[in-house]
Design a protein around this ligand. Structure first.
Ligand code: HEM
Length: 195
């Protein structure tokens, strides 16, 4: 898909290349929703995030995944998104959708977690923009705040562990397909919340 990515590149770089178009389209769609125009618009974005994090929340409680991705449980952000929604006086959405199982096949779980953890990195850009609405890590934008160790370092720790999981060639493709499915699911949440 991307001529600049070679097979010997790390799994996380290959995932980035394989999902570049999906991510770009999602960024554009979300920003076209003018989510920093006012608190109601930002709340729509929070509702998208809540749906996404609710769907993957069980993965963060998996001992098998924690063994491969140390510190995974501490990366869980559903409760922060819930608190952000609560700050803005919003109900929690998503009861109409079933969350994913916590024991997905390993490559599938890795693909979904790549998208969730990567969104944290992009979230630092959104966090700065949220300041325009008076939101921060204490109110309304908790889930976008960078990890105390720094967002980039926190991400590198995740990708190092992700890249080190031994997988077959067929499983590599499953990771990519799952990351793609994760992006498509977020697109679906956007269609529901932004209409
Ligand atoms: C819930 C929606 C979103 C998801 C699931 C998502 C997902 C991701 C993923 C997986 C990455 C990591 C790419 C990699 O390096 O491998 C990333 C990075 C990034 N995202 Fe997003 N993203 C979302 C929304 C946005 C939006 C709305 C913006 C708007 C500006 C954005 C801007 C960025 C930026 C700038 C980076 C790169 C940060 C860096 O390299 O320092 N993302 N995102």
């Amino acid at each position: 898909m991307n001529a600049h990515i070679a097979p010997e590149d790390s799994r996380s770089l290959r995932l980035k290349a394989a999902t570049r178009d999906s991510h770009g389209a999602l960024d554009k769609r979300i920003m076209a929703g003018d989510i920093f125009a006012d608190l109601d618009s930002f709340a729509r974005f929070l509702r998208v995030q809540y749906r996404f994090h609710r769907s993957i929340d069980r993965l963060y409680a998996s001992p098998a995944l924690e063994a491969l991705l140390p510190g995974l449980a501490g990366r869980r952000r559903l409760q922060q998104v819930a608190a952000d929604l609560h700050d803005l006086g919003q109900d929690l959405p998503g009861a109409d959708m079933a969350p994913l199982a916590g024991d997905l096949p390993l490559p599938v779980a890795l693909g979904w977690l790549y998208v969730a953890e990567g969104s944290n990195l992009g979230g630092t850009v959104l966090y700065k923009m949220a300041a325009r609405l008076g939101l921060d890590q204490g109110f309304g934008a908790r889930h976008l705040a960078a990890h105390p160790d720094g967002a980039a370092r926190h991400w590198r720790e995740f990708t190092a562990a992700l890249d080190a999981v031994p997988l077959s060639a067929a499983q590599e493709q499953q990771v990519i397909d799952a990351a793609d499915a994760a992006f498509r699911s977020v697109h679906g949440h956007v269609e529901i919340e932004f209409g």
